[in-house]
Design a protein around this ligand. Structure first.
Ligand code: MN
Length: 497
């Protein structure tokens, strides 16, 4: 049989990867494509396209985010365990432990569901990162979500709304905290269209009428700067680009400025990318010689980076009567990091070879450090430390109390484990459980993101010995036995268990 022609998107992907990783063996990428294509055979997306188009789109997005090859391969395979008969062990066998761990992370994240409840939002964001463990999993999830948002029109209005809202309230803030500006902006703009249609229409209209004249002016400004910088032999300019502000961030700014677009200075900003820090300051000097800076608008985020690690020099200058332009000056490394966050430059050594896997414990990212602390706290307070080996975070799930607190439990834990984790009294008297507001058996295995509400009956005399068959935590097991033995002593009813 003749082999089907390689799709064009795959050819493009392989070409980009070949340029990025000279000499690398791309057979694994091809194999991953074939594996995913076969696994998803016959499946269609809601818009009618074959499912594999989604996997390819995700891998393509990842290949522009400066990630390693394994992440791109995992991107191709990311929906396999959830949607096909192939499992994570199948992927491990064919593509190795690293790819399998990434795909497993994505599959686990898939069980986290946003229910639009305000008090859960912050904990949900933390859970998202705690489950991810590796920044690359977060990047795959973002690439996945971006493509889903781009193709959201095909979905039913209710689902559309849920996905857009989740992207806005959970995903975009995480991208923000990780310093992935480009991704954050894209997530917000794609969601904005669905979360607030009216405002979206207003801002896009405003932008469409205001920015063409600005952009024409901007082209002149950029050309003039380019000439001046070229005259200066000591500066190597890698790029000068003008770009419009993201719509959603413009919208938020407009709300702070009486909805008056003439008060927005950075509607379009010019980004100057140079080789080193010394050149950044030299460029700032040249810009200030050309145009008069606005008072109080010069910001040195190189000497004083933002808490999330963002580095750049900012200045806003008068380029003509009433015309104001913001400049952002930075090095290539700073620029890449501002697009894709921590994955960008501490993933690569100078030779372009990937370093050790990215773990989210770089001291530069305050919030990530906080997350590592959170994982440690969970680890310290959980009572099944006997399973814990160095470097291995136990297979945890994270569930909510009705008050929005997060409880970490081992995989497959049940409402009875949850009840005993809260208090022995609640465990001893529990009779039923509501999981996400649905009455469920006490033996139901919980999933990350579940909200668990225990129904108690004070008249219940003692725990059921049957519970010992399904509880997963030592706490629950020991407390059940203790209580049963106490009852036995009191009433002489039971054999010792
Ligand atoms: Mn997907």
């Amino acid at each position: 049989m003749e082999k089907p022609k390689e799709p064009q998107v795959l050819t493009q992907l392989l070409k980009r990867l070949a340029a990025q990783f000279p000499g690398a063996d791309l057979d694994m990428v091809r194999l991953a494509y074939e594996f995913a294509d076969q696994a998803h055979q016959g499946q269609k997306r809601t818009n009618g396209e074959p499912y594999i188009t989604h996997a390819l789109a995700v891998a393509n997005k990842l290949s522009t985010m400066r990630v390693d090859l394994n992440t791109v391969i995992a991107g191709l395979l990311h929906d396999v365990p959830e949607d096909t008969s192939y499992t994570v062990p199948d992927i491990r066998e064919n593509f190795g432990v690293d790819v399998a761990a990434l795909v497993e992370g994505i599959t686990k994240l898939g069980t986290l569901k946003y229910r639009g409840m305000e008090r859960y939002v912050e904990n949900l964001r933390k859970m998202f990162l705690a489950i991810s463990k590796d920044v690359r999993v977060v990047l795959i999830k973002f690439a996945d979500r971006l493509h889903n948002l781009e193709t959201l029109d095909a979905l039913a209005p209710e689902k559309r709304q849920r996905i857009a809202l989740e992207s806005m309230e959970i995903f975009a803030p995480i991208a923000h905290r990780l310093g992935m500006w480009e991704i954050k902006g894209q997530l917000e703009d794609l969601s904005f269209k669905y979360t607030d249609q009216e405002s979206y229409a207003w801002v896009s209209q405003l932008m469409a009428t205001t920015s063409p004249s600005k952009e024409k002016n901007l082209a002149k400004v950029m050309a003039l700067l380019r000439d001046k910088l070229d005259e200066n032999q000591t500066i190597t300019v890698l790029d000068i680009e003008g770009r419009a502000k993201f719509l959603y961030s413009l919208y938020k700014k407009l709300l702070r400025h009486d909805r008056d677009i003439s008060k927005i200075y950075d509607l379009v900003a010019v980004r100057v990318i140079v080789e080193n820090v010394t050149e950044c300051y030299a460029v700032l000097g040249i810009i200030h010689q050309l145009w008069k800076p606005l008072r109080g608008r010069i910001k040195d985020y190189i000497a004083q980076p933002k808490p999330n690690g963002y580095q750049s020099l900012h200045t806003t200058v008068f380029v003509g009567p009433g015309e104001i332009v913001e400049f952002q000056i930075r090095t290539k490394a700073m620029d890449e990091e501002s697009h894709y966050g921590p994955a960008a430059h501490w993933y690569y050594t100078e030779q372009g070879k990937p370093k050790e896997g990215i773990k989210m414990n770089s001291p530069r990212y305050a919030w990530v450090t906080e997350l590592v602390k959170l994982q440690k706290e969970i680890r310290d307070t959980t009572e099944y430390l006997e399973h814990l080996k160095i470097d291995v975070f136990p297979e945890n799930i994270f569930v909510f109390t009705p008050g929005g607190d997060v409880i970490a439990l081992p995989d497959q834990a049940t409402p009875v484990d949850f009840a005993y984790h809260i208090h022995s009294d609640i465990g001893n008297h529990c009779v039923a459980a509501r999981i996400n507001n649905k009455l469920m058996p006490l033996s139901t295995p919980l999933k990350s993101g579940d909200m668990v509400d225990i129904v108690i009956d004070k008249k219940r005399a003692r725990p059921s010995p049957d519970w010992l068959q399904f509880v997963k935590t030592r706490t629950a097991r020991e407390r059940i036995k203790l209580e049963l033995n106490r009852s036995r002593q009191l009433f002489g009813l039971f054999k010792k268990v």
